[in-house]
Design a protein around this ligand. Structure first.
Ligand code: COA
Length: 381
C-alpha cells in the first residue's frame, strides 16, 4: 500500500500502538491514574514504596504485603565492590546520567540470570526490577560522592527509599517536609503511559532482549532535554534569571527569539499537566523550610507570561527542578533522580510487553534517491 505524506504521524503523535493497564493519562480532564488511583491522592496519602508495589502488582498493598515488599527492597540495596571500584574510575566530569546508564549496564553483566536473552521468566524479571529499584539510588549516591572526592556512604536498611537517598548523598536525613516532598516527586515521576523512555524500554523488550538492556536504553532516552533532562534545564534557566523582577522581560525576550522554554508544553497535556499542582504544593513546603522562596517566585512570573502569550502550561519538570535544588541536590542529579522513580514504570511496562509480546517494527516512507546502477570504483573517476 502506498502511503501519502499526510498519513505519516511524525513523532507518532496521536498513534495508539498497544493496550496497557498500568496508567491512564486523561488530558481532557487533566488527570492521571495508576491502576485507577488518582496520582494526586497517591501523593498525599501513600509512600513511594506503596506506589511501586501498586505499579507492579495492580493494587495497593495490605500492611503485610507492604512489609514483605519493603524488606525485600531494603535487603538488595548494596552494590558490589567491583561496581564501586568502577564508579571510582568514572571521569569526574561525566554526566551522572551517563554514569548511571553505565552502572545499570554493569549490574546486568553481574546478574547471572541475565545472560539468556529470549528466555524471559516473569519471576526473574520481577527480581531484576526489585534489584534495580533497590540499587539505582545506591549507584547514583555513590557516584555523586565519588565525583566530589568523598567516600560513598553505605545504605541504611532502617530508612525508606527517600530517607536513605538523602542519607547516602549527604550523610543525614533532612526535615520531614523535605523528605515528604522528595517522596511525592518519586510518586509523580513513577509512571506516565507510553512516554518516550517507556516506549523505548518496550521497543527493546519487544525484541526479547534482556531486562537490563531495556532499562539502559530507557535511561538514554530519558536523558534528553525534551524528556527527563528538562528538569535540569529548568533550574539552569531559573538561575540565569535569578530575580523575580527580571522574569517577565526574560520570558518575553525568549519567546520573541522563538526559544523553547524548558519545563513548558507537553505532547499529551495541552491544558495543564495533572501532576504540577501537587509538586508545586510540596515544593513550596520545601521553600518554606529552607526560607528561600525566590525560585518559585520566578517560576510564577514565567508561568503567567507563558500562559498569557502562548497559552502553554508548565509540566512536572517545572516545579520539580527548583524543589530538588532547594533540597540540596546538584542540578545534574535531577534526571538521575527521575530514573530512581521511573524504574517502577519501566519495569511494569517491560513485564506487560513480554507477557503479550509482538515485535515493535513500524514503517517509514522512503524519500531518497531513485533506484540506480552501481558503478564499480574503477569507473567512478
Ligand atoms: N516553549 C516554547 N514554545 C513551545 C514549547 C515550549 N516549551 N512547547 C511547545 N511550544 C510551541 C512550539 O513552538 C509549537 O509552536 P508552533 O506551532 O508555533 O511551531 C507548539 O507549541 C507545539 O509544540 P511542539 O514542539 O510541536 O509539541 P510537541 O508535542 O512535539 O512537543 C514537548 C512537546 C514537550 C517536546 C515540547 O513542549 C517541549 O519541547 N517542551 C520543552 C521541554 C520540556 O519541558 N520537556 C519535558 C516534557 S514532560
Amino acid at each position: 500500500m502506498t502511503q501519502t505524506t499526510s498519513d505519516i504521524k511524525r513523532g507518532l503523535e496521536g498513534v495508539v500502538v498497544d493496550t496497557t493497564s498500568i496508567s491512564k493519562v486523561m488530558p481532557d480532564i487533566n488527570s492521571l491514574t495508576y491502576h485507577g488511583y488518582p496520582v494526586q491522592d497517591l501523593a498525599d496519602l501513600c509512600s513511594f514504596e506503596e506506589v511501586a508495589y501498586l505499579i507492579w502488582n495492580g493494587d495497593l498493598p495490605t500492611k503485610a504485603q507492604l512489609e514483605t515488599f519493603i524488606k525485600a527492597e531494603r535487603s538488595k540495596r548494596g552494590i558490589s565492590n567491583c561496581l564501586l571500584n568502577v564508579i571510582k574510575t568514572f571521569p569526574k566530569k561525566a554526566h551522572p546520567m551517563d554514569t548511571i546508564r553505565t552502572g545499570v549496564s554493569f549490574l546486568g553483566m553481574e546478574d547471572p540470570t541475565s545472560v539468556d536473552p529470549g528466555n524471559h521468566i516473569e519471576t526473574d524479571d520481577r527480581e531484576k526490577a526489585m534489584q534495580l529499584l533497590a540499587k539505582i539510588p545506591t549507584l547514583i549516591a555513590a557516584d555523586f560522592r565519588c565525583r566530589k572526592g568523598l567516600d560513598p556512604i553505605a545504605p541504611k536498611p532502617e530508612l525508606s527509599i527517600a530517607e536513605n537517598f538523602f542519607h547516602m548523598c549527604f550523610g543525614e536525613v533532612p526535615h520531614a517536609q523535605v523528605v515528604k516532598a522528595f517522596d511525592v516527586s518519586l510518586i509523580l515521576y513513577a509512571e506516565h503511559g507510553f512516554n518516550a523512555s517507556t516506549f523505548t524500554t518496550r521497543v527493546v523488550s519487544s525484541t526479547l532482549s534482556d531486562f537490563y538492556s531495556a532499562v539502559t536504553a530507557g535511561i538514554g532516552s530519558l536523558k534528553g532535554p525534551l524528556h527527563g533532562g528538562a528538569n535540569e534545564q529548568v533550574m539552569h534557566m531559573l538561575k540565569e534569571i535569578d530575580d523575580p523582577a527580571k522574569a517577565k522581560d526574560w520570558m518575553l525576550t525568549a519567546l520573541k527569539e522563538k526559544r523553547k522554554i524548558m519545563g513548558f508544553g507537553h505532547r499529551v497535556y495541552k491544558s495543564g499537566d495533572s501532576r504540577v499542582p501537587t509538586m508545586k504544593k510540596y515544593g513550596l513546603k520545601v521553600a518554606e523550610v529552607k526560607g528561600d522562596k525566590k525560585w518559585f517566585a520566578i517560576s510564577d512570573e514565567l508561568q503567567a507570561v507563558m500562559l498569557k502569550e502562548k497559552n502553554i502550561h508548565p509540566n512536572l519538570d517545572f516545579p520539580a527542578g527548583p524543589a530538588y535544588y532547594l533540597m540540596g541536590f546538584d542540578i545534574d542529579l535531577f534526571t538521575p533522580i527521575f530514573v530512581m522513580s521511573r524504574i517502577t514504570g519501566w519495569s511494569a511496562h517491560i513485564l506487560e510487553q513480554i507477557k503479550n509480546n509482538r515485535l515493535i517494527r513500524p514503517l517509514s516512507q522512503y524519500i531518497g534517491s531513485k533506484e540506480r546502477k552501481v558503478v564499480p570504483i574503477s569507473n567512478r573517476g
